[in-house]
Design a protein around this ligand. Structure first.
Ligand code: SIN
Length: 191
């Protein structure tokens, strides 16, 4: 699979003809909604875990020194909490470009806090994409994040903004919060 998933995502025609589509965000899409949306609601998806296992060459790192950003790893029984946005299909041109470094649009059931659910889309960077980095201990992930930056800014801001957004939604994520704990200490030690 090539790095740039834009062309593959354009072929995803499941929601063609729909006036609006729900998009589930679990990473930067929670704290950086740089697209118009009709409505947004806290939501979750099942059987996926959020992990900082995806390399970022184009946003929070470079090809020579990739940062680490989130993707979802299949895990039976797990839940991933985030934010769902109701968007018009035109937004996917911008979103495909933004998520082009390995992320594919997948259809998924999105569950809302009132118990209702809807079929929508999520961007997932699967383990076979060229930028996938995979598992590493949280301390090593924090070290890599502390030393990475790219066109969209410091990798540390991605992690800290995501942790803050989850906290303000009242959501827990042991993986994210442990990386945050290490990262804050690393950044403090540098001062
Ligand atoms: C997402 O936020 O849903 C996808 C990953 C990212 O853009 O950080």
């Amino acid at each position: 699979m090539s790095h740039d998933t834009t062309a593959i995502n354009k072929l995803m025609d499941k929601f063609d003809g729909h006036h609006s589509v729900w998009l589930f965000g679990y990473g930067s899409l929670i704290f950086k909604a740089d697209f118009p949306y009709i409505e947004r609601r806290p939501a979750l998806i099942r059987d996926w875990s959020r992990r900082f296992w995806q390399g970022s060459h184009d946003h929070r790192g470079t090809a020579a020194a990739p940062g680490r950003v989130t993707t979802l790893i299949p895990q039976a029984g797990a839940i991933c909490e985030g934010m769902a946005y109701l968007v018009t299909p035109e937004e996917f041109a911008h979103l495909d470009y933004r998520e082009k470094n390995g992320y594919l649009r997948l259809s998924t059931d999105i569950l809302f806090e009132d118990g209702s659910s809807v079929e929508g889309l999520v961007y997932i960077a699967t383990a076979d994409n060229a930028a996938f980095l995979g598992h590493a201990p949280e301390l090593d992930i924090a070290r890599q994040i502390a030393s990475s930056s790219g066109p969209s800014g410091h990798n540390s801001d991605y992690l800290l903004d995501l942790a803050a957004a989850l906290r303000s939604l009242g959501k827990d994520d042991a993986h994210v919060f442990e990386i945050e704990r290490h990262l804050k200490r690393l950044l403090k030690d540098r001062q």
